[in-house]
Design a protein around this ligand. Structure first.
Ligand SMILES: *[C@@H]1O[C@H](CO)[C@@H](O)[C@H](O)[C@H]1NC(C)=O
Length: 238
């Protein structure tokens, strides 16, 4: 079942509600008089690890589907070190992303940030975010896309040619093609085949580790993904 979950880290919500609670206490209201904080139904699991082990113990889709069945479209849990609220309804997603977006701050769990690097577009807000976004948008405007068309076309043609007479997995072929087009968008035709292949290998290591349990034990998929990703960052910056 295709579930579109907005992975919303409500560490922020909880911080905000704690701040409100403190202010109320400071203003002299007795704690007992306060209204209970309104968090959605759900369970927070064990201290510190929360429900992270449960999530990784089974197929994540099964984890989310069973929670959704039990608690409804909006539920709380605790994953990857963050108390969070999961949203599975278009109305809730619209609330967070469109109508009340000013109340929310985009963030990722620290384990993901470690992998992607702190300078990624979605970790930022305000002026820097706008500047970065303008740069990215510029490279995706109609003129830029038009200029890229011959390269994209030749990538598509060579993908199709490779299928000739073979049974191919569309999933893998499309992944490869998407990577190819992404590389063309970022580097133009500047990257030679050897570097492209190296980057593809590194990217696949990061991809494999991306949704794995964030363990710092050498040899685990997450650990390897962080290693490769930071090596690539260092290389990019040097
Ligand atoms: C790929 O990862 C290795 C480290 O695992 C690194 O030395 C190399 O520079 C990376 N290559 C690219 C193109 O990012």
């Amino acid at each position: 079942m295709a579930l579109f979950f907005v992975f919303l880290f409500a560490a922020l919500c909880i911080l905000v509600s704690l701040a409100v609670r403190r202010r109320r206490i400071r203003r002299g209201g007795a704690v007992g008089e306060e209204q209970e904080l309104m968090l959605p139904p759900g369970s927070m699991g064990l201290p510190y690890v929360g429900e992270t082990l449960l999530l990784y113990h089974q197929n994540p889709s099964v984890f989310f589907a069973s929670k959704q069945m039990r608690y409804g479209d909006v539920f709380k849990t605790h994953l990857l070190g963050c108390p969070c609220v999961m949203l599975a309804s278009p109305e809730a997603a619209r609330f967070v992303l469109v109508t009340h977006q000013q109340l929310f701050k985009p963030t990722y769990p620290p384990s993901k940030e470690r992998m992607i690097g702190p300078s990624a577009l979605f970790f930022h807000q305000g002026e820097y975010h706008l500047r970065l976004r303008r740069l990215v948008q510029g490279s995706l405007g109609p003129d830029a896309l038009r200029a890229m068309l011959p390269d994209v076309e030749s990538a598509v043609a060579s993908t199709l040619a490779a299928w000739d007479g073979h049974v191919a997995s569309t999933f893998h072929a499309m992944k490869r093609l998407t990577f190819e087009v992404g590389i063309t968008t970022i580097f133009g035709g500047l990257l030679d085949d050897r570097h492209k292949e190296e980057l593809r290998r590194n990217y696949s290591v990061v991809e494999k580790g991306y949704n794995c349990f964030p363990s710092r034990i050498p040899g685990t998929l997450y650990y390897r993904a962080v290693q490769v990703s930071s090596a690539s960052h260092t290389r990019k910056l040097s």
